[in-house]
Ligand binder design. Structure first.
Ligand SMILES: [Zn+2]
Length: 119
């Protein structure tokens, strides 16, 4: 499992916090509702980014990172799958934030069966 997925989180949080402060200073008469919307928008972006980064840390999401017993195997013949390509799928999460999840596509070198790692 990758452990460096939080590399940019501090920077991300700082950006969110200073952005919110700046917004508040520029909207001195904002209502509670407007403040909440501005905050939700920023938290939503950070939430989506953290969700994406944390999801990509999964060993199953990256065949290259998998080693030994963790390596995905062919369900039909048991051979260790080889990485064939990376497929990105896009998901929409709360506040209409787009998540781009890349994952390796495992192919069996013997029987040619292709599977996406579960998870
Ligand atoms: Zn196979």
């Amino acid at each position: 499992m990758r452990t460096d997925f939080d590399a940019c989180w501090a920077e991300l949080a700082e950006e969110m916090l200073s952005g919110m402060k700046e917004w508040r200073l520029q909207h001195r008469k904002a209502t509670l509702c407007e403040i909440e919307a501005a905050l939700d928008e920023r938290l939503g972006k950070m939430r989506a980014r953290m969700l994406q980064d944390a999801a990509l840390a999964s060993a199953a999401a990256d065949l290259k990172a998998a080693q030994g017993a963790e390596q995905p195997r062919c369900a039909a013949c048991g051979r260790v799958l080889v990485e064939r390509a990376v497929a990105a799928r896009q998901l929409i999460t709360q506040h209409n934030q787009v998540l781009a999840l890349e994952r390796s596509y495992g192919v069996c070198p013997r029987c040619g069966a292709g599977v996406f790692p579960p998870g």
